[in-house]
Write a protein that binds this ligand. Structure first.
Ligand SMILES: Cc1cc2nc3c(=O)[nH]c(=O)nc-3n(C[C@H](O)[C@H](O)[C@H](O)COP(=O)(O)OP(=O)(O)OC[C@H]3O[C@@H](n4cnc5c(N)ncnc54)[C@H](O)[C@@H]3O)c2cc1C
Length: 313
């Protein structure tokens, strides 16, 4: 339910525009609970308008901190994404298209172009339910953040666990790091010998411009004989915090992509996906949908290379 305009605070918040991470954190410490960090403001605004959180007295904008909206490649080929970079710029970037195709697919599923022009990558991750998260999890991304005293880099999958949720309100995210793929020559050799398949699928209540009911992302490498050499699967959707399904992954690595392997994988996804029900979809529907999508993508990977010697799934 939206708040009628007359209920919005008469006094509009003060907007601070710090030029550095240090200044932003100093302002946050100064105003405490009365201040909030704002990147694109698209998620925050919805939350205020729906009466979920009150509009604070102070907004600390990241817009002028240039270091937070860059995109660079590290010495080891790692892609470093500034959290304040907006989703439209991220998906248009040639380097990202080349190295992080899965992330570009995820960006295209978020909101509409007008929102993507404002919505930031970091804001999406900080909400802990954003649609970029499953893709970043499948890519083994890390998040870098600082409290002004120490800067820490953590695997996104760890950062999302409930034990790590505490204290995140006092931190500023300063980077999202996507590990390098293997070098071009090595990856070409590997491609010839094995089959790689990546997928990102978002199921909503309509085709586009819709919140996610279930989102799955994954990366799969098959040996020439159809054995699963590597698999990374992430699931999310609705108000569930997305997660990697590491137990399900471990259960199938090294096994032929056969009917019995896929059946076991389906059961593990159903068991391990911590889906959350809402007025539109229950837990069992979400679990079943996630498992069906993942199995169907594994089958596509198998067919892509014309099948394997392993028993046909
Ligand atoms: C019409 C509409 C449709 C939408 N559709 C989708 C969709 O399909 N999929 C989806 O995932 N989302 C969707 N959203 C939600 C939102 O647009 C995205 O999640 C967006 O990426 C959030 O980014 P932002 O920059 O606007 O975040 P903001 O609103 O600025 O901030 C979000 C949260 O992150 C914190 N924050 C931001 N940056 C940092 C930082 N660097 N360090 C610490 N804290 C930070 C803020 O304090 C706040 O708590 C939609 C929103 C709207 C209004």
């Amino acid at each position: 339910m939206s708040i009628p305009m007359h209920q919005l605070p008469e006094q509009q918040p003060t907007v601070w525009q710090p030029a550095s991470v240090e200044e932003a954190l100093r302002l946050k410490r100064q105003w405490g609970e009365d201040a909030v960090i704002v990147a694109g403001g698209t998620w925050l605004r919805t939350s205020w308008e729906n009466g979920l959180t009150p509009m604070p007295q102070h907004l600390i904008s990241l817009g002028r901190i240039l270091a937070l909206s860059g995109l660079t490649v590290g010495a080891e080929g790692q892609v470093h994404i500034g959290p304040a970079l907006n989703i439209a710029d991220l998906m248009r970037n040639g380097l990202v298209k080349q190295r992080c195709a899965l992330l570009v697919q995820a960006c295209a599923e978020i909101a509409a172009p007008s929102i993507r022009n404002l919505a930031s990558v970091g804001g999406n991750v900080m909400t802990r339910t954003g649609d970029l998260i499953p893709a970043l999890l499948a890519m083994d991304a890390q998040v870098r953040r600082t409290n002004g005293t120490t800067e820490q880099t953590t695997l996104l999958s760890e950062w999302l666990t409930p034990t790590n949720a505490q204290g995140q309100h006092d931190e500023l995210m300063t980077g999202i790091l996507v590990p390098a793929k293997t070098s071009a020559a090595a990856s070409e050799r590997q491609e010839k010998a094995s089959r790689k398949h990546e997928f990102y699928l978002k199921v909503g209540r309509r085709e586009a411009f819709t919140p996610s009911v279930v989102t799955v992302a994954g990366r799969l490498t098959l040996e020439p004989d159809g054995t699963i050499a590597h698999i990374a699967i992430a699931v999310g959707g609705g108000s569930a915090v997305p997660s990697r399904l590491t137990r399900a992954e471990a259960g199938v690595v090294g096994k032929p992509l056969s009917k019995s392997t896929l059946k076991a994988l389906h059961q593990d996804v159903m068991a391990d996906f911590q889906a959350v029900a809402d007025d539109y979809a229950g837990v069992s529907y979400r679990k079943q949908t996630a498992a069906n999508l993942i199995i169907s993508e594994c089958y596509k990977a198998w067919r892509k290379g014309g099948g394997g010697h392993a028993s046909q799934p």
